[in-house]
Structure formats: structure tokens, C-alpha cells
Design a protein around this ligand. Structure first.
Ligand SMILES: [Mg+2]
Length: 318
């Protein structure tokens, strides 16, 4: 099978029959064409995943298809962007039709769910590598950046944290119980918070998606904004499944675990009061932005120092 046949069979269905007024021209020409409304800005980001580095070479292809687009789309969610389209550069060691079928299925389901059309791509031969570029738009000037956090702002997170990180301990389990199955689904099928991100435009002062763990990712907001924060460990939202699986260490694990693709956002307390209830229901306040730099972690009012925070299982960056 040649490159053109491969694209026609596996990837063209991801754009065919899915009309979009924003993707003017999809795959098949030298470039794709995206319409950007007057008064809108294009928001885009690229992610590369290398087999053996970012995922095991034997990783299930359908999960890989879903996960690779979900991870890329999560960056659009963090900016508050409306998703439009994506491109895929795929490097394959050989043409394995079973692998391609599974990968295209996972990718297609994710594309449908997230409202992203395939705009084009490229295939080459070499070690298995995926590059996905995602495109979204925002009304000009409304993208939520990392740099807007102010002293006094609340620090909020969406969903529950630590589930996907916990899943790493259960990846090899053949017959997972309900709790293990729950955290495994959180790892294999992340759900980027696209709707929440969009709804937070005009409310959040800063946002980031949690890919490397709350401590690390909130740290990026603090660096970009030139502020610090205090986090209250007991306020970190935890799933029942994680609490049963991880017991007393659940909260500490949750703040260092990556791969959840939830959002961490900051906003002024007075903004929180007027935030639409639907958004507030998806967020939990876990701390405050401080003028003093550095990220301080508290548990029931007592500060946890470096030594007490040191026992992470997932390689925290602190
Ligand atoms: Mg990100």
C-alpha cells in the first residue's frame, strides 16, 4: 500500500462528509484552508509523541489514537479556544493494517467528540512517531494565558486529580476491578475540558491544562505571572476510586500525578461569585495566589516542607 492509498483508506474519512464552515479546504491539496472570522484569532499548538519515549511501542493503537488527539486538544481547552481542525504527521516503521485500523478508529472517535476535523497531514517511514497540530479560534484578545494570575486570586481545578497517575500502577492488570477500571479509563481516554475552557473566557485570569501534575503545572502559571501560591492539600478533589486505591496518600499523589488533562485556573474571588453555576459545579477551589513567590503546600493548616512532599511515585518536577 502506497502513501496515497493509506491516507485515502484510513484518514480521509476523518474529514469527508463532515462539513465545517471554518475548514474551507481539507486534505488533498498542497495546503488546507481555514477561515478565520474578522475579530477572531487563530490559536494553535503542536505535540509530538515518540514510541518508546511517550508511550510503549506496544500501546493499544485505538487508545493511542484517542489519547494523542485528546492531549493536543487539551491545550486548546487551556486557552479557552473553540476547536476547529488538526493536522497529523505520522511516521510508521511499516504498514500494519490492524494497527492502522485501530489507530484511525480511536482518532476518529476523538475527532468527533472534540469537534476537530482532520485538515491534512503527512506520512513517512521510520520509528513510530506522531505529530498533531491542533487549531482553534477565540474572539480577539480573549484567549486565557498563563500570565494573568494576580495576588488574591483563587486557584481552582476541574474534575478530580490523580486518577490517570494511579492508572500507571494498574496498566498490566488483566482483570481490573471497578476502581482500577475507572482510573485506567481516565488514563487511556482523557476528556479534554473544551467546553469548560470556552466558558471560562472572560472569567479566568490564567489557565493551564494539567499534564505533568498540579504542582508542576500551577508552577508554570506562577512563573509566567510572577506570583506565588498556597495550596490546601485537603481541598484537592479526589475520586472515590482513587481514595480506595491509594488510601491516605491519595491527595499527595494527586498533586504530583500527571496525565489527567483537567484544567487549573485562577480567578478573582469576586469573579468566582458571578461565575455561571454550570462552571462552578465543575471546579474546586484548592488555594490562593500570593504576592510572595513560590508554591507552598498546606495540609489542615500546617505547611508541608520539601521532605514531607518528597515521596511521589511519579517523578514530580519539584
Ligand atoms: Mg498544556
Amino acid at each position: 500500500m502506497g502513501e496515497f492509498e493509506l491516507i485515502a483508506r484510513y484518514f480521509e474519512p476523518l474529514s469527508r462528509g463532515r462539513p465545517s464552515s471554518y475548514l474551507v479546504l481539507g486534505p488533498g491539496d498542497d495546503c488546507a484552508i481555514q477561515r478565520v472570522d474578522p475579530g477572531a484569532e487563530l490559536v494553535f499548538s503542536v505535540d509530538t509523541l515518540v514510541a518508546g519515549v511517550h508511550f510503549p511501542a506496544s500501546y493499544d493503537p485505538e487508545n493511542l489514537g484517542w489519547r494523542s488527539l485528546a492531549v493536543a486538544a487539551s491545550d486548546l481547552a487551556a486557552m479557552g479556544a473553540d476547536p476547529v481542525c488538526f493536522t497529523l504527521a505520522l511516521t510508521l516503521p511499516d504498514i500494519d493494517e490492524a494497527w492502522l485500523t485501530g489507530f484511525a478508529r480511536g482518532l476518529s472517535r476523538a475527532a468527533d467528540r472534540f469537534g476537530l476535523l482532520l485538515a491534512g497531514g503527512d506520512t513517512t517511514r521510520g520509528p513510530l512517531t506522531l505529530s498533531l497540530q491542533v487549531h482553534g479560534t477565540v474572539p480577539s484578545g480573549t484567549a486565557i494565558r498563563r500570565s494573568g494570575a494576580c495576588p488574591g486570586d483563587l486557584v481552582c481545578v476541574s474534575g478530580t486529580l490523580g486518577d490517570a497517575g494511579e492508572a500507571l500502577r494498574w496498566l498490566d492488570v488483566n482483570h481490573p476491578g471497578p476502581d482500577e477500571a475507572f482510573v485506567l479509563a481516565r488514563y487511556h481516554r482523557p476528556q479534554p475540558r473544551l467546553e469548560l475552557g470556552r466558558a471560562l473566557r472572560g472569567y479566568a485570569s490564567a489557565a493551564i491544562d494539567i499534564s505533568d501534575g498540579l504542582l508542576a503545572d500551577l508552577g508554570h502559571i506562577l512563573d509566567a505571572s510572577g506570583v506565588g501560591a498556597r495550596l490546601e492539600l485537603e481541598q484537592v478533589p479526589l475520586s472515590d476510586a482513587l481514595m480506595r486505591l491509594a488510601g491516605e496518600s491519595a491527595a499527595m499523589r494527586a498533586v504530583v500525578a500527571g496525565d489527567d488533562y483537567e484544567l487549573c485556573v485562577t480567578m478573582a474571588p469576586e469573579t468566582w461569585q458571578i461565575l455561571p453555576q454550570a462552571c462552578r459545579n465543575q471546579l474546586t477551589v484548592v488555594g490562593r495566589i500570593t504576592e510572595e513567590s513560590g508554591l507552598r503546600l498546606f495540609s489542615h493548616g500546617a505547611e508541608l516542607h520539601q521532605a514531607a512532599r518528597g515521596y511521589d511515585h511519579f517523578g514530580a518536577t519539584e
